[in-house]
Design a protein around this ligand. Sequence first.
Ligand code: ADP
Ligand code: MG
Length: 678
Amino acid sequence: MKKTAPSKTDQLFRRLGLHTPPDFVVHLPLRYEDETQIHRIAALKVGQSAQVEGTIIASDVQYRPRRRLTAVIEDATGRLALRWLHFYPNQQKQLQRGTHLRVRGEVRQGYNGLEIIHPRVTKSGTPLAKALTPIYPSTQGLRQEVLRQAIANALQTSDLSDTLPPTIRQGLQLMPFADAIRFLHNPPPQVVQEDLLEKAHPAWQRIKFDELLAQQLALAKARAERHRQNAFALGANTQLERQLRQQLPFALTQAQERAWAEIRHDLAQASPMHRLLQGDVGSGKTVIAALAAAQAIANDVQVAIMAPTEILAEQHLEKMRPWFEALGVNIAWLSGSQRTRERESSYAAIENNEAQLIIGTQALIQEKVNFKRLGLVITDEQHRFGVGQRLALSQKGQETGQKTVLPHQLSMSATPIPRTLAMSFLADLDVSTIDELPPGRSPVITKLANAERRDEVVHYVHNEIRAGKQAYWVCPLVEESEALQLETAVDTFEWLQQALPNLNIGLVHGKLKSAEKAATMEAFRSGAIQLLVATTVIEVGVDVPNATLMVIEHAERFGLAQLHQLRGRVGRGGAQSYCVLLYQPPLSEIAQQRLKAMYETTDGFEIARRDLEQRGPGEFLGTRQSGLALLRFANIETDQRLLENAKQLAIDLPRQYPEAANAHLRRWMAGKEALLRS
Ligand code: ADP
Ligand code: MG
């Protein structure tokens, strides 16, 4: 059969996640319009979505202050003004005096009484709708009528039979699926719209339950599959662990010990670990990664550590090198910008098992990288990687005789995910949390300053550096254009050089060659550079404890998570650190909220909670991070009881009615399951 390209409409459907008929069936309305009755003009209220029928008694095109079309419609009870700010000539013709029409739209308070702007106009006397008219979530260029028709077709042709056996459904006091679906797509006019909008109606309860059940079933399935997979069992090695710990200038915090115990236990299992290590910036995740790597290497397997940027990967290399060389471990380095010869030799060392620890960027997931015995994959700042990239690395397993052996996976993230949210999206992942900072850290003090006080701030930077400290100056974010971003960075650098002529100032930005970047970072680490002007390339992971001051220009342009990450670059040593957020008024409401949050707290979990509040889960996680499509209908916070029931049934259903469990997954999860395994 010839494959044809998807039509324009199909492309729009896909943008909404609508691929198969079951997808359309569960694409449910956001709200409804009532076209089932004619309202009397005298009884209309402001804000009401109304439909009236009557005679046009006046219509006119006015040219001042702007060209517009106005008309007045009258029924037996009163008159209503209609207004169009843009219109076609035939609309004007439609509105000739004496014509009978039906018009529909939202009632507003006009200059002289009530009015409807841009009403929809139909012939009077056409039969009224028998159900409320659904308004679906749509996308630009896709008309409601088209979507409505496609959904109506899907409802006609799809199997709406219940996936829950009757006894179970009745036991949970749930409505039949088909009834619930038909009801929500076409509710009868007498229904209380509030119940529908707040998803409190029994039909919504059923749908939300189904969605939660599907999610729980899919998670349980992914977990069961993982337990059937093979991994090298990497047992604890107390001697190597002790040797590594002896090199550390500090003792682990209790929270680090707890997280490490969980990881150590998982590594010793013969099925792959999928664990997320989350902890605020500066909580000390790196050393946990090193301990895990050491335990794996003690079991004769290779370990890959992947970081999202070169700066960060290099920093891991610098940090790990002394620790691991002392243990007699060979390290290989891989990055996109390294010379071919160097890269080839890394490939060879990886392939013949000469290198046990491999550190690098995304270059690690290149096809040419063939691990000899990959036992553990560690990804730092995992939220920066797409689902696909993580999958690619986790699939670099080995064929040993009959079976495939997959690596254990440890991901690290400094964007703490609120627990409730984690439950609603996380793929098959266990979570360890470091909820305590190393001792002796005093929280960074954050100051807000109007951009007019830039000169004062420069003075302040100067004082701090004269006292032997170092500082970061973060350039304004220019999201629209990379070229402009670069220009801004260079300008800022030159301006600061003029303002502070006797300081050593460095500049890092995304367009530098990686060798230059590395040299600059090294100079900053060693103290040769005192003030580092930087773009957001330093956002993640950079660790220079002597840097105690950060200035962020145009702080209002950054997101909350980004500001928190940036601020996390200071306050990493024992000395009191400061962060100055320069802002340019006027501030939008949301920018004010963000700066206020930064001023009020340094706790990553609290910041994440506020961020979530301000942006909502979809945007908070971004598509890159949401391993699993977020719940669309159910709400983990308010639907606790449904969730508990769904969790229980996700255990019972596959045992008692495996067919039903599969049918349920097919209806809700077609095509989404691969995401769960990443
Ligand atoms: P992050 O969790 O942000 O990756 P790092 O692992 O970079 O944090 O650690 C931040 C700093 O804290 C590093 O300089 C590290 O050496 C230090 N550190 C880690 N654990 C401890 C500890 N238990 N006591 C004191 N300092 C620690
Ligand atoms: Mg880190």
